[in-house]
Design a protein. Structure first.
Length: 509
């Protein structure tokens, strides 16, 4: 698949570069959840209706998910360092606009702009890692750090969101991005040295850009619309049909054009395909849970925003431990699927514990162990997934391969929020209807019980989704453990059925 490159000394500033790349990635990932805790306060301050409040989350997800492939291709074409810095500056300006929002339209617009610049920034960050870290052991450490941030950043966002909302106000959940972006952009400009000869200067595939963006936006919007209007709604159905037609047209276009936006060689590799699919499913489960637990802790248990944020600490600890202490240490010793499969199953067990939630559940007995197992499993699985998703691709395709990782995460997050919320709302309504007698005597208790029943019903679906993700990881992915050599192989299985080691290509500087 990839060609042998001359072996040169690695960039001496690569670890400094990792610090700024990690900082930028933390900003992007935590931004996906930091607004969740601030949302009730922003809704009150700006007079956002209940029907429209989801657009604070969805506007970001639509723009981000829809434009990630375009952002990845721009990084390959324009240069990853330049794309990275421009993405950071744009993200900072969009965040400033959001913090200064005076009405719901201004807030929704700023969130969409954050998504646009995030779509430039995120694939550029991951592809920089892919081309800068080529030694197997160093790659494991670098991706261990990156994987911990990618998995745990969302939970960090909940803590930071709680602190900022309670000690300052909701606007600081936007303003806080500005120092992150300024420091990361300045550091990247002076420290990052992109390896030579890794750009893809082919003409931009404009039909592919339009078809992929419209197809992904239609898909995410369909799930979002289903949450508020129902699955049989004409616009919901139309969105799914449009998504199917547009994405099919995109695939057919990419198979025929000379310089495709997403070369099918990137997508059709069974290992990368297995990573994209299993990772997307796992994120569906995880992002839905973030929203449920946030509302459970604040509405049902009466936690303050700060207390709610810190209540997510066990998940963060589990993520960091799984990624840096298990995933990074074992990635060079065992095949990726033997980390990803058990990791997703461990997360499923943690999610299973959370199906026991009740109005009076103990945090220590139910939520804490559930979060620990969920974080530990996700951290263990995320780290080799991030590394394997960019392994073996030609350097000129690193940006778009990285974009596919982010696309699977962002689209999965949007689908998870919409799909699991729809399931939760339906279950809550059914529970309230069947327990109407309780409503006559204690309407507040019925409201809380219905809400929790809806959450646990959706969490059961999340358990099943994680089991499916584990099954896909164990059956699709067949790459062996990595070795560090000057050549690269596609990995997989040899003629005798024995698993081969996959080898990390060394890119010339």
């Amino acid at each position: 698949m990839s060609k042998t490159a001359d072996v040169r000394l690695p960039d001496p500033s690569r670890w400094k570069a990792l610090a700024f790349i990690a900082l930028a990635q933390l900003m992007v990932v935590l931004d996906a959840t930091i607004v969740n805790i601030a949302l009730p306060h922003a809704q009150t301050a700006l007079g956002i209706t209940d029907a429209n409040k989801q657009w604070v989350i969805t506007a970001y997800a639509l723009a981000f998910g829809g434009l990630l492939l375009f952002g990845g291709r721009i990084a390959d074409l324009w240069g990853r360092k330049r794309t990275f810095v421009v993405g950071l500056i744009g993200f900072a300006l969009a965040s400033a606009l959001g913090g200064a929002a005076q009405n719901q339209g201004m807030l929704f617009g700023s969130r969409a702009l954050q998504g646009v610049f995030g779509a430039l920034l995120a694939p550029a960050a991951l592809s920089l890692l892919a081309v800068m870290f080529t030694d197997a052991k160093e790659r494991a450490k670098a991706f261990g750090i990156y994987g911990a941030i990618a998995g745990g950043g969302g939970a960090v966002g909940l803590i930071l969101g709680g602190l900022l909302t309670q000690t300052l106000n909701w606007r600081w959940t936007f303003f806080v991005n500005i120092p992150f972006a300024v420091v990361a952009a300045a550091g990247a400009y002076f420290v990052i040295r992109e390896p030579a000869g890794t750009r893809n200067r082919s003409p931009l595939d404009l039909p592919g850009v339009v078809l992929s963006a419209l197809g992904l936006v239609s898909l995410v919007y369909g799930f979002t619309r289903a949450e508020s209007a129902g699955w049989s709604d004409a616009l919901t159905v139309g969105s799914f049909v449009a998504a199917g037609v547009l994405l099919l047209a995109f695939v057919l276009t990419e198979a025929r054009v000379k310089s495709p936006l997403l070369p099918l060689r990137v997508l059709m590799d069974r290992n990368r395909g297995g990573v994209y699919l299993s990772l997307g499913l796992a994120v569906i489960a995880m992002f839905g849970l973030f929203l449920f637990l946030t509302y459970y802790l604040q509405v049902v248990k009466g936690y303050s925003p700060i207390k709610t944020g810190f209540a997510f600490m066990p998940m963060i600890v589990g993520m960091i431990t799984g990624s840096t202490q298990i995933g990074a240490r074992l990635m060079t010793r065992v095949p990726a699927r033997k980390l990803m499969g058990p990791g997703f199953l461990t997360a499923a067990v943690g999610m299973l514990l959370l199906t026991r939630l009740g109005v009076d559940s103990s945090y220590a007995a139910v939520i804490l162990p559930g979060q620990l197992l969920l974080g530990l499993g996700m951290g263990t699985a995320f780290m080799p997934a991030m590394s394997l998703a960019t392994h073996g691709v030609e350097p000129r395709d690193a940006g778009v391969a990285s974009a596919m990782v982010n696309t699977s995460q962002q689209v999965g997050g949007a689908i998870g929020t919409a799909l699991l919320n729809t399931i939760a709302a339906s279950a809550a309504t059914a529970y309230a209807t069947s327990h109407a007698a309780l409503g006559a005597t204690d309407p507040e208790l019925l409201k809380l019980q219905s809400m929790v029943h809806g959450f646990t019903s959706a969490i059961w679906w999340a358990v099943g989704i994680l089991v499916v993700a584990a099954a896909i990881a164990l059956t699709f992915i067949n790459a062996g453990r990595p070795t560090s050599t000057g050549t690269s192989a596609s990995g997989g299985f040899g003629a005798d059925g024995a698993e081969e080691e996959f080898k990390v290509p060394v890119v010339a500087h």
